[in-house]
Design a binder for this molecule. Sequence first.
Ligand code: NDP
Length: 314
Amino acid sequence: MEYRRLGKTGLKVSEISLGSWLTYGGYVEEQNATASIDKAYDLGINFFDTANVYMRGEAEVVVGKALNKYARDSYVLATKVFWPMGDGPNDHGLSRKHVIEQCNASLKRLNTEYVDIYYCHRFDPETPLEETLRALDDLVRQGKVLYVGVSEWTAEQITEAVHLADKKLLDRIVVNQPQYSMLERYIEKEVLPVSEKHGIGQVVWSPLAQGVLTGKYQKGGQIPAGSRAAQEKFKSLFGLLTDANLDKVEKLKEVAADNEISLPTLALAWILRQPNVASALVGASRPEQVEENVKASGVKLNDETLARIEDILR
Ligand code: NDP
């Protein structure tokens, strides 16, 4: 496993990291969740991601339990705040009240004294940015949070937050968590250049397009039993499982074969070609998937391969 600096910070994270959305505390039973996390740790993944909202706290409990047997300083743990944790008016968003209360609740569920990274899971137009940044700064000063991040903020929102933090001498955002894959490239236009300028690193989610970029789904083919798309509520994979995408996947399989690597390796190595990406944040429902996905670390695609991929994706 190779490690990269997270933006301009001194923190080193594994090029492949492991998340827990939908899976742990959800449709993946705990034994498999723990086995996947253990496999990841054994293979050098030092970066684990969760959120308060994943299965309303259950994912944090499963991830915390699995990681607790390892030395706390040997891994980087991230969680998030924003999405509703209850039905009350203060049970969501980025108000000082919700941010502080949810951080304390996450620490309890994770059974840890601090999280390495605390993300604002979306932008909250109903809370003044300064209120949120001050609350996060307080958490940093209390030692409950080491680094502050955001997820799915626009380039403009990121810029505003950086300028405000600098002006008010508050802890700065150092990491952004957007969706990025061969099938979802919106960040390339503005978010990446703005992040680079401000020393913010990317930790990108759904880098395998929720499994579409593993090649296991085929146009007109059977949905594999037990896969994410086999579940009624996730069957479109949030709009990623389309014929147009599956056509691209068939062509990408040929590129992978010509390079003597698997399609997931090609898809993840393509993401890691971006120097501003610190880590590709995958999900895994079984340890074998972790084993497959870590193979991408350190793989460099040559210019000809990158050009072929560009032609297919365009
Ligand atoms: P991926 O694109 O990596 O998809 C993961 C899923 O694909 C797995 O659960 C598995 O599903 C399948 N898969 C993975 N590897 C393989 C393989 N080698 N062979 C076959 N199938 C494979 O990422 P996710 O969509 O899971 O997102 C990753 C993480 O990103 C989340 O866990 C979460 O931490 C974070 N995230 C953050 C968001 C945000 O708003 N900040 C939003 C969404 C996610 P199966 O076996 O069930 O088919």
